[in-house]
Design a protein around this ligand. Structure first.
Ligand SMILES: NC(=O)c1ccc[n+]([C@@H]2O[C@H](COP(=O)([O-])OP(=O)(O)OC[C@H]3O[C@@H](n4cnc5c(N)ncnc54)[C@H](OP(=O)(O)O)[C@@H]3O)[C@@H](O)[C@H]2O)c1
Length: 268
């Protein structure tokens, strides 16, 4: 079977470099090209001396040149939609890990996928444990009236709260069918001390050097709390999910948001 050809965007970024390394390690994949905003180089050297691949600042030209099956995007919400438009126009399926896409951007990607009858995946978190954390939080949400989510990320993260925290809160509210109860402070000595409010769920964002990606979901009830915690201690934790999505997207003809449905399908 021919390896799956993949072009990676944002190639100078941390997640894109990790993705190129993961694609290089597995012979089922062919890291066929890389795109980086400002590069003037024509070739990029793969990790571990695995060779050179075509490199460009022009995604359209790259897709025409290498004709990949899939584009993996870990960039920035400002450019991910443009990159996805270019991918669809070239018949290439996007796997998007970029976080903080808004509803309008997701809706456009959904309609482009339908229009082109091409699969696409948007996954705010590719770590297996993070997906399981969300599923567990969804289950617990039906039994508690009070909940808070604390997410912890490295100090280079541009957006807050994290896409995973927002997706978790959304799943928890959907499972309950109503908002959580949020005790407000009578006096807030420092503005923002009670965190953002997502349907009664307090969303807290911690940013510190040394962290990668972590999240706690804490439920409170009479005389008890339940804490569900997940830690990505290395970016390599996202790679099995990325490779799973790259495989799965080839068999789709529409947009799937979140890795959970793909994971659960694989498990059944
Ligand atoms: N889904 C998940 O599991 C997961 C996990 C971790 C992170 N993320 C998300 O993935 C994204 C990237 O994270 P990261 O840690 O790799 O960030 P990063 O190291 O800052 O890399 C992002 C790269 O995107 C490109 N980029 C940024 N802004 C751009 C712009 N305005 N125009 C064009 N390209 C731009 C740049 O690459 P070039 O200059 O080479 O083009 C940059 O190096 C973020 O949204 C983050 O939240 C998702």
């Amino acid at each position: 079977v021919a390896p799956i050809k993949v072009v990676v965007t944002g190639a100078s970024g941390k997640m894109s470099r990790e993705t190129l390394a993961a694609l290089t390690r597995d012979p089922a994949f062919d890291p066929a090209g890389a795109v980086s905003r400002a590069t003037r180089e024509e070739y990029l050297s793969l990790p571990n001396g695995a060779g050179l691949i075509p490199y460009s600042s022009d995604l359209g030209a790259m897709l025409t040149r290498v004709r990949p099956d899939v584009m993996v995007d870990f960039t920035n919400a400002g450019v991910a939609l443009d990159y996805a438009r270019t991918a669809f126009a070239h018949g290439v399926r996007p796997v998007i890990g970029t976080s903080a896409l808004d509803d309008r951007q997701v809706a456009e990607i959904r309609s482009l996928a339908e229009q082109h009858r091409l699969g696409a995946i948007i996954a705010p978190n590719f770590a297996l444990g993070a997906v399981l954390m969300q599923l567990m939080a969804r289950t617990a949400a039906r039994y508690y009236d009070h909940a808070e989510v604390i997410e912890f990320h490295h100090d280079g993260k541009k957006d807050s709260p994290s896409g995973t925290a927002v997706a978790t809160a959304r799943l928890m509210r959907e499972a309950r069918g109503r908002d959580f109860t949020r005790p407000e402070s009578e006096r807030e000595a420092v503005a923002g001390a009670r965190a953002a409010n997502h349907g009664g769920i307090g969303l807290h964002s911690v940013r510190l050097p040394g962290l990668v990606a972590h999240q706690e979901v804490i439920f409170g009830g009479p005389g008890e709390t339940l804490t569900i915690r997940h830690d990505s201690i290395d970016r390599v934790s996202f790679m099995p999910g990325v490779l799973l999505a790259v495989r799965a997207v080839r068999n789709l003809d529409h947009l799937v948001v979140g890795l959970e449905s793909i994971l659960l399908e694989g498990a059944s």
